[in-house]
Design a protein around this ligand. Structure first.
Ligand SMILES: [Ca+2]
Ligand SMILES: [Ca+2]
Ligand SMILES: [Ca+2]
Length: 253
């Protein structure tokens, strides 16, 4: 995915181009809205999405990251919450699952991955980014998306974050045909320091986006880059285009 953290010079140049656009525009109203219901039962973060709560939860379908159009490898996501956690689940259809990165805060965005951008105070400049790859590796960072530059603070860690991955297929074996991979993530509210309320109050609204990268044959030119709320350009770092979630006191059933 373009616009990440590998090259500070490139980041600055990209940010400078974006800057004029950002300063010239007011915050865009969100194109997507999702009501996050409370979990009825405890969510077991094991990568199995077999809880009734997930089955009863409204699904989100991701589309092309800046078009919203159908992608080759579909992704469905769901969100729930309770007093301690925001839960996010992904179901990634994938005929060839691969990943080689195993260390926390490795450059997961260079390979196959799901990504969650959480912006509790809905500003343009600060948000949390969480990524999980098919091996269960975590990338967690606090993003400073300033007009002059963008930086991901990798030293920011959500120590109580839970995540799990279940494969429906094999990873790093292109000789067979996989079905996909599922991810379950629980983000502790206490780590989301820009949130007005911890835990959120019913009616609180956050700007959020959900993304996935699928790279057939390890080739970025063939990549499916998908998003819940389509971004305006070539980077996922477009907080004006994040969707909006609203926390509901209603339980999921
Ligand atoms: Ca589960
Ligand atoms: Ca794949
Ligand atoms: Ca980190």
């Amino acid at each position: 995915m373009p616009g990440k953290y590998l090259n500070l010079t490139l980041l600055c140049a990209t940010a400078a181009v974006c800057c004029g656009i950002c300063l010239a525009s007011q915050a865009d109203p969100p194109s997507k809205h999702y009501v996050v219901k409370r979990a009825f039962n405890p969510i077991n973060v094991d990568g199995k999405l077999d809880e009734d709560d997930w089955k009863n939860c409204q699904p989100i379908e991701l589309g092309g990251y800046n078009t919203g159009k159908t992608v080759k490898q579909p992704t469905t996501a769901w969100l729930l919450w309770d007093e301690r956690y925001l839960y996010i689940a992904f179901d990634c259809r994938d005929s060839d699952i691969w990943s080689t990165l195993t260390e926390r805060d490795d450059t997961l965005y260079e390979q196959e991955v799901v990504e969650v951008f959480l912006n509790p105070d809905s500003d343009r400049e600060t948000y949390v980014e969480i990524e999980v790859n098919p091996l269960g590796t975590l990338w967690d960072g606090f993003i400073l998306n300033r007009p002059e530059s963008r930086a991901g603070i990798l030293a920011w860690n959500s120590f109580d974050l839970k995540r799990a991955v279940r494969l429906d297929g094999t990873v790093n074996d292109a000789s067979d045909t996989d079905k996909g991979w599922r991810v379950e993530i629980a983000v502790p509210f206490k780590d989301l320091v820009t949130a007005a309320n911890v835990p959120p109050r019913p009616g609180d609204k956050w700007r959020v986006n959900l993304y996935r990268i699928d790279l057939p044959k390890h080739d970025k030119a063939l990549g499916d880059y998908s998003a819940w709320s389509p971004v305006s350009g070539e980077t996922y770092h477009d907080p004006d285009r994040f969707g909006e979630i609203e926390f509901s006191r209603e339980k999921v059933r």
